[in-house]
Design a protein around this ligand. Structure first.
Ligand code: ZN
Length: 431
């Protein structure tokens, strides 16, 4: 897995700033801090006599049985070695199965480390197309990763790998359900589409445990992610959350963050999360049917206080647009958007009429100083289209970006603002 590391990298970037403090799970109803998502564990967390996990981006789970072990998710490649070292100390038993909740790199990165001769690797059958898709667009994602992180992290060596160029590791692929028993412990895997269409969850009845992958995490989900994604269907999340709730688990183990214990607490948290997604989805659909455009809905739809699950990772506005455009695509009824010439093609004319880039840059600075950083950013787009190296316009842009950065509370948004700040500084000759 070389692709789709951007999400991983956002967290890895945060890791550098995260503390070494490590929270041991166990207390029922313990509040989860979004920062817990980013910690690399330095110890094994024992959930019960058989279930062990090490936290990271993401978590690795080891379930022991009398006939060998099952690994669920393998973290990002950069954490996998540490996870394997820690978890291998729990038992020397063979790894009989690896179950991948989905095909993102922060879940599949350790497969080569864990795989032994005879290990069965289980995934939902859409995993195959999902990996091909990520590989197919490897060059695109490499550029996005490099943009956000200022380097070549995740870049593909060589050119296009073709449409079906991914290496497919799983040996067992299933449609809706697959189950097996190992050492008297039954494992049931169910398709659970959400963040990806190859997503699965694992139910272990003996321990009343659900391994929920990325169906649930703290923060509104990333229904659209800025590095680019195929649609993530809101109703899929809702159906998968309902499927988890219907199992009445006593412990839910997400692949990011800490386990949630106790059915009452699980029900409270997952229900609120589900209802927040449902609320946003339904408001978007109602707005679409009432003829509202996507920007109006991005401005109008807010979570009611009772459903406010935070936006530290996913963001409401991007999700609203993701739902809207996931359903109907990009055409907005304005006839000019049918054509290949964007509005920016006439910006130089507007700049000329305004008296040149300096006039527009001054207006941008005024807007930034008045606190409207987004208007300022738009204005610098207009000025810089007329003169890409115009100093005052670049300075106005930098000011606007830094204002947005200072207000930013979302990990992904921060990454892209930092990228744009580096770009503007680069053009200004600053470091
Ligand atoms: Zn993940």
């Amino acid at each position: 897995m070389k692709r789709n590391l951007l999400r991983a990298c956002v967290f890895l970037t945060m890791l550098l700033a995260s503390s070494n403090a490590f929270v041991v799970v166990g207390q029922q109803g313990m509040a989860q801090n979004p920062a817990d998502l980013t910690r690399v564990g330095d110890k094994v967390i024992k959930v019960n006599e058989a279930i062990n996990l090490v936290q990271g981006f993401g978590n690795t789970f080891l379930i022991t049985t009398s006939e060998g072990n099952v690994v669920i998710d393998t973290s990002v490649a950069a954490h996998a070695q540490k996870h394997k070292q820690l978890l291998s100390a729990v038992t020397a038993g063979p790894i009989r199965y690896i179950i991948l909740t989905h095909g993102h790199g922060d879940h599949t990165g350790g497969v080569p480390l864990w795989k032994e001769p005879g290990t069965q690797i289980i995934a939902q059958k859409n995993h195959v197309e999902f990996l091909h898709y990520q590989t197919r667009l490897g060059g695109f994602y490499a550029k996005r990763n490099a943009a956000q992180f200022g380097g070549n992290l995740g870049a593909r060596a060589g050119g296009w790998a073709g449409n079906y160029g991914a290496k497919i590791e799983p040996t067992i692929l299933f449609d809706d359900k697959y189950e097996f028993t190992l050492g008297g412990v039954k494992f049931e895997t169910y398709r659970a589409p959400s963040e990806t269409y190859d997503h699965l969850m694992v139910w272990v009845p003996k321990y009343k445990a659900v391994f929920s992958g990325d169906v649930f995490y703290e923060s509104f989900p990333n229904i659209y992610t800025l590095r680019g994604t195929e649609p993530r269907w809101a109703l899929d999340y809702i159906n998968s959350l309902n499927a988890i709730l219907a199992l009445k688990p006593e412990v839910v183990l997400p692949s990011h963050g800490l386990p949630i214990r106790g059915n009452e607490e699980i029900t409270r948290r997952l229900t609120r999360y589900r209802d927040a997604i449902q609320y946003v989805h339904d408001e978007v659909v109602k707005g679409m049917n009432a003829g509202k455009d996507v920007y109006t809905l991005m401005q109008q739809i807010k979570l009611p206080a009772a459903l406010d699950i935070g936006e530290s990772y996913g963001k409401l506005t991007w999700s609203i647009r993701g739902i809207y455009e996931g359903y109907v695509g990009w055409f907005d009824l304005n006839p000019v958007t049918m054509y290949e010439t964007p509005v920016s093609s006439v910006y130089p004319d507007v700049v000329k009429l305004a008296g040149g880039p300096e006039a527009v840059a001054k207006l941008a600075i005024g807007r930034a100083e008045a606190g409207d950083a987004i208007a300022a950013l738009h204005l610098t787009d207009i000025a810089l289209r007329a003169d890409p190296n115009h100093r005052m316009a670049l300075e106005a842009r930098l000011k606007a970006l830094e204002i947005l950065r200072s207000r930013c509370k979302n990990t992904n948004e921060r990454g892209w603002l930092d990228y744009s700040i580096r770009e503007a500084k680069g053009k200004l000759g600053e470091k």
